[in-house]
Design a protein around this ligand. Structure first.
Ligand code: ADP
Ligand code: ASP
Ligand code: MG
Length: 431
C-alpha cells in the first residue's frame, strides 16, 4: 500500500458539486489501495474576498489578525470535503494546520514551514481514515496562526509528502499539467510531459502560478516527485522531477508572464560600495522578496537603482525605501505598479549559445516603428539564466507616457502570444 498526498486547488473545490466530485475521486484512489492525505485550498475566490474585507478596515492590515482571517477559507474546505467523504461511507478526518501540527516561523503572510509533527496523521491513516489537511496555514512556536503566502497550499502538500515520505504528491488543478506557457492566455500552449525541478522553479518564480515556487523548492530539496494534473479529467499530467540528460536538448521549455510585481526606483543615488546593503537590508528585514535589481551608473557618479517586489508588498516596501532615501542621498523615489515581466525558461540555455540573440530578433520585429517606444515604456523583460547567456541580461524599462500605458499592455500581450505558438516543448530548437 503506498501513501499518496493529493492537493485540490480553489477551482477544484469551488462549489458543493465539485467538492462531491473531489470526494468521489479521492475515494477511488483509496479503493485502488492507497493511503491518502488530501490537502485542500479555500473555495475559489474566498481568499480574495477575505483580503478585500481586511482592506476595508485598514490600509495595511495587522498581519497577525489578517492571517487568522485568511486561514478561515481553508477551514471551510476541509470540513466540507470530510463531510462529503463520510457521506460516501468513507471514514475521514479534517485537520487544521495547528492541529497537525504544521510548524512555521512567524513571518505572517509568507511563513516558512519548519517542521511537521505527523503523529496524528499517522494515527488516522492506521485507523483507515482519509486525512484532510487545510492547506496554506500553519502555526508558529507561540501558537499564532500563520499563512504561507498566495498559492501556499501547494507548499503544504509537498511538505507533507516530504515529511511523510509519500510515493508522490499529486497537484490537482483546473489545467491538465504544466504547459509551455499559461494555457489560459495562449490556447496553443502545449503540455509538458516532464519538467525539471530547476525549470519549474524558474517558471514558478517568473509568473507560472500553476505551482507555487516554494513548493517546488521543497520538492527539489526532498526529491518529492510531483504530478500536476487535472481534477476534471483522468489524463496523465506533468511530472516535475530531477533533471534528466534529455532535458538539455531542449533550449526553451516555457515562457512565463508575471503581472504581480511593482517596480521601485531610487533616482540619482551617489554610487559607492555598500549602497545595496543600505537599501536592501531593511527590505529583507521586513521579509519582502526582491526579484530583479537593475543599476544604471551614469558618468556623474550617480546611479538609478531599480528593483521589483511583489505588488502586494509595494506599499510596505515604498514606505521603507522612502525612509532610506535621504540617508543614501537619493534625488527621488518612483514607484510603478503597471509593469509585467516576461521570462524565457529552459535548462538547455546553459549549454547552448544564441538564445538571447534569437530573443532579441523577436523583440526587434515587434519593437519596430511606432510600437517601440510604447513597448519599451512599460515592460520588464528578464532573461532567465541570463548570466550564462552571451549578451544576455535584464532589461527593465522605465518611462513612457500615461497615454501609452493601455496600448503597451495590449502590445505586451500580442508579443507574448506571438512568441509562444512556435515553442517546442520537446525535441529540437525553439521559436
Ligand atoms: P489552483 O487553484 O488549483 O491552485 P491556480 O490558479 O493556482 O490553481 O493555478 C492554475 C492556473 O495556472 C491555470 O488555470 C493557468 O491559468 C495558470 N498557469 C500559468 N502558467 C501556467 C503554465 N505554464 N502551465 C499551466 N498553467 C499555468
Ligand atoms: N487559498 C490560498 C490562496 O488563494 C492558498 C491556495 O489557494 O493555495 O492563495
Ligand atoms: Mg494555486
Amino acid at each position: 500500500m503506498s501513501l499518496l498526498v493529493q492537493k485540490y486547488g480553489g477551482t477544484s473545490v469551488a462549489t458543493i458539486e465539485r467538492i462531491k466530485q473531489v470526494a468521489a475521486k479521492v475515494c477511488a484512489a483509496k479503493q485502488a489501495g492507497n493511503d491518502l492525505v488530501v490537502v485542500v485550498s479555500a473555495m475559489a475566490g474566498e481568499t480574495n474576498r477575505l483580503i478585500a474585507l481586511a482592506n476595508q478596515i485598514a490600509e495595511i492590515p495587522d498581519e497577525r489578525e489578517k492571517d487568522v482571517l485568511l486561514a478561515s477559507g481553508e477551514q471551510v474546505s476541509v470540513a466540507l470535503l470530510s463531510l462529503a467523504l463520510k457521506e460516501l461511507g468513507q471514514p475521514a478526518r479534517s485537520y487544521l494546520g495547528h492541529q497537525v501540527r504544521i510548524e512555521t516561523d512567524n513571518a505572517y503572510g509568507k511563513a516558512h514551514i519548519r517542521n511537521i509533527d505527523s503523529t496524528k496523521i499517522v494515527e488516522s491513516l492506521k485507523n483507515g481514515e482519509i486525512v484532510v489537511v487545510a492547506g496554506f496555514q500553519g502555526v508558529d512556536e507561540d501558537d499564532n496562526i500563520t499563512t504561507l503566502g498566495r498559492g501556499g497550499s501547494d507548499t503544504s502538500a509537498v511538505a507533507l509528502a516530504a515529511f511523510l515520505n509519500a510515493a508522490a504528491c499529486e497537484i490537482y488543478t483546473d489545467v491538465e499539467g504544466v504547459f509551455t506557457t499559461d494555457p489560459g492566455i495562449c490556447p496553443n500552449a502545449r503540455k509538458l510531459a516532464r519538467i525539471s525541478y530547476d525549470e519549474m522553479i524558474e517558471m514558478a518564480s517568473t509568473g507560472a502560478k500553476v505551482l507555487e515556487i516554494r513548493s517546488v523548492v521543497f520538492a527539489k530539496k526532498y526529491s518529492v516527485p510531483v504530478h500536476v494534473r487535472s481534477t476534471f479529467s483522468g489524463a496523465e499530467g506533468t511530472w516535475v522531477v530531477d533533471e534528466e540528460a534529455s532535458m538539455n536538448d531542449v533550449l526553451v521549455s516555457g515562457v512565463a508572464c508575471d503581472k504581480n510585481d511593482a517596480k521601485i526606483t531610487l533616482q540619482r543615488v551617489p554610487d559607492r560600495p555598500g549602497l545595496a546593503a543600505q537599501i536592501f537590508g531593511p527590505i529583507a528585514d521586513a521579509h519582502i522578496v526582491v526579484d530583479m535589481i537593475i543599476q544604471n551608473a551614469s558618468e556623474d557618479g550617480t546611479t538609478d537603482l531599480t528593483f521589483t517586489v511583489p505588488k502586494a508588498d509595494h506599499k510596505k516596501a515604498l514606505a521603507i525605501v522612502e525612509k532610506t532615501a535621504p540617508a543614501v542621498q537619493a534625488k527621488g523615489v518612483k514607484v510603478d505598479t503597471d509593469i509585467a515581466k516576461v521570462s524565457v525558461v529552459g535548462v538547455g540555455m546553459r549549454t547552448h549559445a544564441g538564445v538571447a540573440a534569437t530573443w532579441r530578433c523577436g523583440c526587434c520585429t515587434t519593437r519596430s516603428s511606432r510600437n517601440r517606444l510604447m513597448y519599451e515604456g512599460r515592460f520588464a523583460l528578464r532573461y532567465d539564466f541570463a548570466r550564462r547567456l552571451p549578451g544576455g541580461g535584464c532589461l527593465l524599462h522605465s518611462g513612457g507616457q500615461a497615454a501609452h500605458r493601455r496600448e503597451a499592455r495590449r502590445i505586451g500581450y500580442r508579443l507574448y502570444r506571438r512568441w509562444i505558438p512556435g515553442l517546442q516543448p520537446a525535441g529540437r530548437g525553439f521559436f
